[in-house]
Design a protein around this ligand. Sequence first.
Ligand code: DGL
Length: 269
Amino acid sequence: MRIGIFDSGIGGLSTLLACLRYLPDAHYLFYGDSAHAPYGDQSPAQVRQWTEAAYAWFIAAGVDAVVLACNTATSAAVAPLRERADVPIIGIEPAIKKALEDHPQSEILLLATAVTVNGVKLQELLGRLEGGPERVRPLACSGLAEIVETQDAQWRERASRYLQAQVRPARTADIGAVVLGCTHYCWIDDLIHDTLGGDITVVDGNDGVARQLCRRLGVPIGTDTAPPLPCHARISLYFTADNDVKSHLARRLLAASGVRMDLQPDSPL
Ligand code: DGL
């Protein structure tokens, strides 16, 4: 089984890790659109065009399903893509429903890109959820995904400074959870937790995406908790710019999470 995983960059690797827990034997094709990253402050029409190009690449590579491991791309492109989809398309959405249910007395802080925060899709999601418009406080974090993407020597210090300056002021006593509405932020969930204070819960949507992928592929989901990560995985990496550097970085991040990649051709095309 071949599964396409798409993001502007390394954020989507966190979604790939979640999918690997449920479908360890699949062959994953990871497409990172580094030539155009970051997506978060682009126009939705532009993001849609780039997402459609990635989708066409996946279809040419013969995948059985495509995971949009990018909240921004999901916001801008999942609806039109699904209208003429050849294979199941699983989008990622901020896990607001879970946060609202788990914290019925609290406000929820949503961190996401500007495209996601300003998108119609988020407004529709909030409108469908009881307490959504009243209790969820969206905060656009322009530039944060870019810091995470660099992974240079100082990136974590820069991310900490950003969080202190831009996110910490939004922390009030009535906030019980923070939802990570951008897959890049999953790589700094510990920093976000530390910045906002010890009693706050950090929630992301990766497990929900992996479960939805199983449902769409007709694969039974065995347990309520996510199975452990496999040690070895079949993954082909493709980045639209700086492919060698980015692929090396991706291998390092996956290895740090405990996953070794069985050698696959970098591009299946
Ligand atoms: N990782 C993407 C998301 O989940 C977007 C990051 C970006 O390119 O701005 O929204």
